[in-house]
Design a protein around this ligand. Structure first.
Ligand code: BT5
Length: 315
């Protein structure tokens, strides 16, 4: 219901309660109540006697009404669910996945109290960042699921490059760095059986205008820190969703090459000497490839080695 009122206010300068009531087919008291709730959400609305209501400014909060407005996607973002505060948007998506119709749902929160990274590591998610998850049901083999993380990373890099002069780099498997500091992490979680992905949840944590916790400042930064500019989270989220939607098209049509080529061009990893910290050991080597299943192939004095997961440090 708010959607209609907001677009009416956006399209008109002053509009009277009577006209709003007529057009929205609700009572004037209901109009007043909706205006009050919009104000509580952060919309600045001026009311002038005998003239009516005028929208002065919109909040930069990823409210469904704002993110959906003019969003040009086929699948991703067909429904947006917003929380002021939540434990984790990935966890919430898990509670949502029930039927095929949920593909493309985006859950976004201003604050996550239990944001998670890989292996249940903590993900700091204060106000000002973008913390969101997308439910997908790609008909691709589970062993190719890494292409989803790759497509998400490519989309985020493209969006960052479009709104700034920053030079983001993708770091295998799921990080985006700027000036060697982590700006973004992607957590793709799967429910799969042999040969079939039942659902995938792609969770994206992106430091936009938020402050970085003291104990993370050596390794993490935000877009605002790096560019010295405030970035509209609403516009930026829309931009990412649109890019991801078109990159997801390549995934659905099995055109992994397109995504991989873009990913490699932003990752700049082949030929680099690295150390990989795995759960039980550390491996050193030179990167020779990232294979079709997203595994890192490194070469060292033992020959070629395939790394499924781990934390990479460039040497
Ligand atoms: C990741 O894990 O990088 C994936 C992060 C995914 C977060 C999103 S937010 C929306 C959705 N809902 C969730 O609950 N999760 C997803 P990993 O590669 O394991 O990196 C985790 C490590 O990054 C931590 O151990 C910290 O060192 C560091 N870290 C934590 N918070 C950070 C932040 N805000 N920015 C940069 N680095 C951070």
């Amino acid at each position: 219901m708010n959607d209609k009122l907001i677009s009416f206010l956006k399209e008109n300068e002053f509009v009277s309660g009577e006209i709003l009531a007529k057009n929205l087919d609700i009572s004037r008291t209901a109009v007043w109540k909706q205006i009050k709730s919009l104000k509580e959400m952060g919309y600045e609305i001026e009311s002038v006697k005998n003239k009516g209501y005028m929208l002065v400014s919109k909040p930069d909060i990823p409210l469904p009404e704002e993110v959906k407005a003019g969003l040009n996607t086929k699948i991703i973002g067909k429904k947006i669910i917003y929380f002021k505060k939540i434990d984790s948007t990935n966890l919430y998506c898990k509670s949502l996945v029930k039927e095929n119709g949920d593909e493309g749902i985006v859950v976004v929160a201003d604050i996550q109290e239990k944001g998670r990274g890989r292996k249940s590591r903590m993900w700091s998610s204060p106000f000002g960042g973008l913390w969101f998850s997308i439910i997908l049901r790609p008909e691709i083999p589970p062993q190719n699921a890494m292409i989803l993380t790759m497509a998400a990373s490519v989309s985020i890099v493209e969006a960052i490059k479009e709104v700034s002069d920053l030079k983001p780099i993708i770091k295998w498997p799921n990080d985006i760095l700027i000036s060697n500091k982590k700006i973004c992490g992607v957590l793709t979680e799967l429910d799969a059986e042999i040969g079939k992905i039942n659902y995938a949840i792609v969770g994206i944590g992106l430091n936009v205008n938020n402050l970085i916790k003291k104990d993370l400042q050596d390794i993490a930064s935000s877009l605002k820190n790096e560019s010295n500019e405030y970035i509209s989270r609403v516009d930026f989220l829309k931009n990412i969703l649109e890019k991801f939607d078109s990159n997801y098209d390549y995934v659905r049509s099995f055109d992994y090459k397109k995504i991989r080529d873009l990913w490699f061009s932003y990752a700049n990893i082949v030929g680099k000497k690295i150390r990989v910290n795995r759960e039980k050991d550390i491996v050193l080597g030179t990167v020779s490839d990232v294979d079709e299943t997203g595994c890192l192939i490194i070469k060292n004095d033992k020959g070629f080695e395939k790394i499924i997961t781990g934390d990479v440090t460039f040497l």
